[in-house]
Design a protein around this ligand. Structure first.
Ligand SMILES: CC(C)(COP(=O)(O)OP(=O)(O)OC[C@H]1O[C@@H](n2cnc3c(N)ncnc32)[C@H](O)[C@@H]1OP(=O)(O)O)[C@@H](O)C(=O)NCCC(=O)NCCS
Length: 314
């Protein structure tokens, strides 16, 4: 869906959206079915298994990060398990950490692997935000898109240099009102009246999110680089959460990182929440920019306000 398509729905323009966000297009799942978060996850996992030359039953656990799961019960990880044809009864758990869900997921996976309880963990980030967006609200509907990325995190032996080096996860709950969907939970369940009012969607204070985002992304990047015992100039690629081109640029300036080292794909996908970092990473691996052995920095923030950064050797 292009900015021109959105301008047919709300009072906006391609120029306004592009100048304020860097977005030109976003992907929208078919509302007719067959493209739900677990369907995208199934296709992405099949690609990942093929690349990793792994059998589906070697997965010990599925961690599924999403703010737009297929349904509330059961968890999407269990739905995905059957769609993938996994018969080993692997553990399945969903993660609710908004746009930070993928970074939280790979670090839960890393810890479980280091503890010795699991060998191969499938981390999924799959979002169908088009279902939760208020398509009447021009300040938010322009930003988001649907998408999915997955990673298989596996135990390696000492001879393999690939590893997660350091992680810094944090949350500032005092900012939770900046991005919320208060309707549809235990506090305020859907009622006939609420549905008729047609105002149950995600609500975002864009300006507040913008300010917090730049501060948090820069602080987390510095914290994780320090934990890793590195300097920023040792990082080959930074893959930030793709929320807004201006947020990415401001964070880059605050950190003093060379913009040629920052992976950005927001123009064609928009903000895909938890899927944003794996989608950008995948594109850069596929087009040859990111190579085996490169030092990568993931840096994210989202509703909650959750945030986190990870440094790893690919
Ligand atoms: C949402 C966002 C693009 C808005 O940009 P902004 O520069 O802050 O714009 P403002 O909200 O201050 O609005 C400025 C004006 O543009 C208008 N406007 C808002 N959306 C518009 C749109 N899509 N098209 C045209 N005008 C728009 C506003 O009504 C306002 O008009 P006014 O001055 O007459 O009241 C920006 O704040 C942002 O990206 N924030 C971060 C959001 C985010 O990342 N959320 C997800 C976190 S995971």
């Amino acid at each position: 869906m292009s900015n021109f398509d959105i301008a047919k729905i709300v009072d906006t323009s391609d120029q306004w959206i592009y100048e304020r966000t860097g977005i030109k297009n976003r992907r929208i799942c078919s509302p007719d079915g067959g493209e739900y978060p677990t369907d995208m996850a199934c296709r992405a996992t099949e690609m990942a298994l093929e690349r990793a030359q792994m059998d589906v039953n070697s997965i010990d656990m599925i961690l599924f990060a999403s703010v737009t799961p297929d349904m509330q019960i059961p968890n999407s990880s269990s739905i995905l398990q059957t769609k993938l044809g996994i018969t080993n009864q692997c553990a399945c758990m969903d993660i609710s950490a908004a746009c930070s869900g993928f970074v939280y997921g790979i670090n839960v996976a890393d810890s479980m692997i280091r503890s010795g309880s699991m060998k191969n963990i499938l981390v999924v980030a799959s979002e169908m935000l088009s279902r939760e967006i208020d398509w009447k609200d021009r300040s938010s509907c322009i930003l988001f898109g649907d998408g999915c990325g997955v990673a298989i995190i596996s135990a390696t032996d000492e001879s393999d240099p690939s590893r997660i080096i350091a992680t810094h996860l944090s949350t500032d709950g005092t900012g939770k009102k900046f991005f919320e969907k208060p309707i549809g939970g235990a506090v305020t369940p859907y009622t006939k009246e609420i549905l008729e009012e047609d105002d149950w969607y995600m609500k975002m204070k864009g300006g507040e999110m913008f300010k917090v985002a730049t501060r948090t992304l820069a602080a987390n990047a510095k914290a994780v680089i320090k934990k890793a015992g590195l300097n920023l100039d040792k990082i080959d690629w930074m893959v930030p959460h793709q929320a807004n081109q201006r947020i990415i640029d401001t964070t880059g300036s605050l950190l003093g990182i060379d913009s040629s080292k920052v992976i950005i794909n927001i123009e064609n996908v928009g903000n895909t929440s938890a899927a944003s970092i794996p989608l950008a990473f995948h594109e850069a691996v596929d087009d040859g920019r990111i190579k085996k052995g490169d030092l990568i920095l993931f840096d994210t923030f989202g509703a909650g306000l959750t945030s986190g950064a990870t440094v790893f050797k690919y």
